[in-house]
Design a protein around this ligand. Structure first.
Ligand code: SF4
Length: 352
């Protein structure tokens, strides 16, 4: 059904669209809905039916009117002007699949046997928030060696669990969330995870992004686009949202309005890897980006608009996403840096 906007003192009118074999024949009024919601047929209904040419197909159209304009305005679906070319360029730039997310994303951090596999997918997604993929993968490796099941997490004391997942971002909060979530999953789902978004977002520490990714990776069902900080940032830079969005949730809704559903699953890892290697949060490498001629944000965030010597692909940097990652990068730069052993460091932080 098509929708057409126009003005008619706030009332809605129903029209019949008459199509002939040569094309659309015109539209005629057949009914009206008052402001109070009551509907009645127009007197013209009979006339119109009688006038309909022999063999015409009749389709019912809803016509909506606003109080501002006079002429009817047809609402068209919106999509970004260059998105197909831009997506093709991103695919090309991601063809080597050598971003951290390709080697250490949530799809790579679990055992193969269900339902433990699904539980571990959820745990790795919970740990990945505000954390680099390398740090998440290392924490998952330690957790799996320890025994990453809901029952085993419940049986592990907080200090040991903290030692296992350190230094993921907000690790203290995540210890609490893991404990609470494991208790719910053990009690209500037999150690498995809910099979719908509504059930997943009810778990402590699980938001919409994790829920949609968990549905995709753990249950192989696409329920929505997983929008993290990379997808949110790049969508706004490329103009893939009709109006600039402030939160990842707003971006998810804006993308789902136009992006074909068969791309919802792959758009996350495509953009995450692109954001890790090229469209960095600070200092995106626009001069090397294949989208620099169509991207409305090209060279606006780069420290140098036209660098004389572009960074070789093998030295493309990745961004620190949290303090722990920044600390690790600082350690690489400072030869005198001597981190304390992890349990000792945790103890010291706990005491402050
Ligand atoms: S041109 Fe720059 S801002 Fe635009 S997508 Fe490429 S790296 Fe990102």
């Amino acid at each position: 059904m098509e929708a057409v906007k126009g003005q008619r003192r706030g009332a809605e009118y129903w029209y019949d669209m008459l199509d002939t074999q040569e094309g659309r024949g015109g539209c005629v009024q057949v009914g009206k809905r008052n402001r109070d919601g009551t509907m009645f047929n127009s007197d013209r209904n009979t006339e119109v039916s009688a006038l309909a040419p022999h063999g015409c197909r009749r389709r019912r159209l809803k016509v909506e009117y606003d109080d501002t304009g006079g002429a009817a305005v047809k609402t068209e679906p919106w999509e970004p002007p260059h998105w197909k070319d831009q997506l093709a360029c991103i695919r090309t730039m991601r063809s080597r699949r050598d971003a951290p997310v390709d080697q250490m994303g949530a799809e790579k951090c679990f055992d193969t046997k269900a339902p433990v596999r699904r539980f571990q997918v959820l745990v790795s997604l919970m740990l990945s928030s505000q954390t680099r993929d390398q740090v998440t993968a290392a924490a998952m490796q330690k957790l799996r060696a320890h025994g990453c099941t809901a029952g085993n997490i419940l049986a592990t004391d907080d200090h040991t669990l903290g030692t296992l997942i350190y230094p993921v971002g907000f690790w203290r909060n995540k210890v609490k969330y893991l404990k609470k979530t494991s208790a719910i999953l053990q009690e209500q789902f037999g150690g498995d995870i809910p099979s719908d978004v509504e059930g997943l977002v009810r778990l402590p520490g699980v938001g919409p992004k994790m829920a949609h990714l968990a549905m995709d990776i753990a249950w192989n069902q696409v329920s929505g686009i997983g929008v993290d900080t990379h997808v949110h940032r790049i969508s706004n830079r490329l103009g893939w949202v009709r109006k600039p969005t402030k939160t990842p949730e707003d971006t998810r809704r804006a993308l789902e309005e136009w992006l074909p559903r068969d791309l919802w699953s792959q758009i996350n890892w495509l953009l995450v890897g692109f954001g890790q290697q090229m469209c960095l949060p600070v200092g995106p490498l626009c001069s090397m980006c294949l989208n620099q001629h169509s991207c409305p944000s090209a060279h606006k965030s780069s420290p140098a608009k036209k660098p004389h010597r572009p960074t070789p692909p093998s030295r493309i940097k990745t961004e620190p996403e949290n303090e722990a990652a920044a600390e690790h990068q600082g350690a690489e730069k400072d030869p005198g840096y001597r981190p304390a052993s992890l349990p000792q460091q945790i103890k010291e932080e706990d005491e402050t």
